[in-house]
Design a protein around this ligand. Structure first.
Ligand SMILES: *[C@@H]1O[C@H](CO)[C@@H](O)[C@H](O)[C@H]1NC(C)=O
Ligand SMILES: *[C@@H]1O[C@H](CO)[C@@H](O)[C@H](O)[C@H]1NC(C)=O
Ligand SMILES: *[C@@H]1O[C@H](CO)[C@@H](O)[C@H](O)[C@H]1NC(C)=O
Ligand SMILES: *[C@@H]1O[C@H](CO)[C@@H](O)[C@H](O)[C@H]1NC(C)=O
Length: 491
């Protein structure tokens, strides 16, 4: 999540990041979605496709029990390849035509779905099956497969699904392993005409541990865009080389809606500076310098549902809401075991919804400092992360109720901290099972703005108008930069 870097950089040039300008544009369906202003960075290249003849040998015709099987399947594929790869309108025309020959389309997809893609296959293979299969294609990966990729797997039409055959939820889920030298994206679903695309029951190893961080790298899964109803379910995704495990992109005109992000296991993701100089690259005393944080789930797609996920050892925001008005975040578990986390459920980003969190509900989640430090369980407002005190920069709206904060050997700076956020409802949250600790980072601005003693609920009365607060909030004027709380020296 970039807000931390840019706001801190604005303060003291501690961390420099390039702008997020999206230099590339194209009429291709693969660039129909424009992720700015949530981080775009290096966009993946266009996919390569295998020649049609090659596809024949990769799919299983034995379930297609009709006459002239390969011939009919081939006919349909040829019609798809004849359409130039580059226009949404042409593609819809194609889809209209394939509706008229429904049986033929079904045969292609039956043949693809009867084939599980095993170890040794690659991104080009899988992207090609989606491309030739068209709308509604399911590509199954074989259980226990380990598919190494050097470029992202691209979806190319609506209602396509990538899943492990049999939809297992354990370690037999196929592994997709990032191996490209400059690759951070494993799956790209923010394509034109990509409603209802689904990624289910697979594992994705972003391979940061093997190949290293990519500064400015995109998320491991880049989904959403100008689409509605995409699904990420029962996916285990970890160690992204870029800024997040999963990015639900807002779309060109904030068109994305209704993403379902359910039952996933996310993380570890990124690294946090382990010394007390939390935002200074130089003089760092810990194992990791600043600037290597990464999110778990980053959502800018409005009206989404984020439930039943377990986010473990994310380091920036575990679940980051870029406003995403109308989104429900419930029944998730966020835990820090071995890595320090800045924010559990972040409600701090003004872009891209101009501050609005209206209709966003964060309820019944568990945020759990099992073995490490969580700076703020639920940060609300841009001033938790920075110092921009203009009324026009306020975030606003949203309901935060019935969340539980727990600690074992870990601890929180604050359970809920709010400053620079208006018109929210905060009720019935329980931090009686949490512990609190941390020291002010000497590399931050805490001499000017001393932070309150670590405790459950803190807010700034001057910058949080129009809200309803549960009992027990400590009010402190000039409350800023709660993420300047650093870990206890001994930890
Ligand atoms: C092809 O599909 C049939 C029917 O589902 C299945 O029995 C067979 O194992 C498949 N063959 C391969 C090589 O996947
Ligand atoms: C990807 O798989 C296809 C199909 O088996 C193969 O022809 C191609 O050479 C592979 N590409 C790479 C980079 O290994
Ligand atoms: C998958 O293959 C890669 C490359 O050979 C290897 O580094 C990785 O450990 C494998 N993952 C699993 C789960 O086998
Ligand atoms: C922010 O502005 C408000 C007035 O809108 C003021 O009362 C408050 O002290 C300011 N806070 C900081 C940290 O400057």
């Amino acid at each position: 999540m970039l807000f931390v870097s840019s706001s801190i950089a604005a303060l003291g040039s501690l961390i420099a990041f390039a702008t997020f300008a999206n230099a590339q544009s194209s009429t291709s369906p693969f660039y129909a979605a424009n992720p700015a202003p949530t981080p775009a960075f290096l966009r993946p290249g266009q996919p390569d496709f295998l020649p049609l003849e090659h596809i024949y040998s990769l799919i299983n015709y034995s379930t297609v029990a009709t006459r002239d099987l390969a011939g009919e399947v081939g006919q349909d594929m040829i019609r798809r390849t004849k359409v130039e790869f580059g226009g949404v309108e042409e593609r819809s025309e194609l889809e209209e035509r394939s509706k008229k020959s429904k049986n033929r389309k079904t045969r292609v997809q039956l043949a693809i779905a009867a084939t599980c893609v095993d170890t040794g296959a690659n991104d080009t293979h899988i992207s090609s099956l989606f491309f030739y299969g068209g709308v509604g294609t399911t590509v199954y990966l074989c259980p226990n497969a380990n598919i190494t990729i050097t470029a992202p797997i691209f979806f190319s039409a609506a209602s396509q699904t990538l899943a492990t055959q049999g939809y297992p939820t354990d370690n037999s889920r196929a592994m997709i392993t990032v191996t490209g030298a400059s690759q951070s994206v494993a799956i790209f679903g923010a394509v034109g005409g990509g409603n209802n695309i689904a990624v289910r029951n697979v594992q994705i190893d972003g391979n940061r541990e093997g190949l290293g961080l990519i500064v400015g790298g995109q998320a491991l899964m880049e989904m959403g865009g100008d689409n509605t109803g995409q699904v990420i379910d029962s996916v285990h995704a970890f160690e992204p080389r870029g800024w997040s495990c999963l990015h639900a992109i807002e779309g060109t005109n904030l068109d994305c809606s209704g993403m379902k992000i359910t039952n996933n296991e996310i993380g570890p993701s990124g690294h946090a500076p382990s010394g007390t100089l939390q935002f200074r690259r130089r003089d760092n005393t810990g194992s990791y310098a600043a600037g290597q944080w990464a999110d778990g789930i980053s959502v800018a797609c409005k009206g989404s549902t984020i439930t039943g996920n377990v986010v473990t050892d994310a380091t920036d925001g575990a679940i980051v809401l870029f406003g995403a008005p109308g989104t429900l975040v419930s029944g998730n578990t966020i835990q820090s075991v071995n890595r320090q986390l800045l924010g559990g459920v972040n409600m701090v980003d003004w872009a891209p919804f101009s501050g609005s969190f209206e209709g966003t509900v964060v309820t019944g989640n568990t945020i759990w400092a099992r073995g490490n430090f969580i700076k703020v369980g639920i940060p609300m407002g841009g001033m938790v992360w920075g110092v921009d005190n203009r009324t026009a920069s306020r975030t606003f709206g949203g309901t935060v109720t019935g969340n539980t904060f727990l600690a074992d050997t870990g601890y929180f700076g604050y359970a809920i901290g709010s400053t620079g956020h208006a018109n929210a409802v905060v009720e019935g949250n329980d931090a009686t099972g949490a512990k609190f600790g941390g020291v002010d980072s000497p590399a931050c601005f805490t001499q000017q703005f001393p932070l309150p003693t670590p405790q459950a609920f803190v807010r700034d009365p001057n910058t949080t108008p129009g809200s309803t607060w549960q009992d027990g909030f400590y009010s402190l004027a000039t409350l800023v930069l709660l993420i300047c709380k650093g870990p206890n020296p001994a930890s």
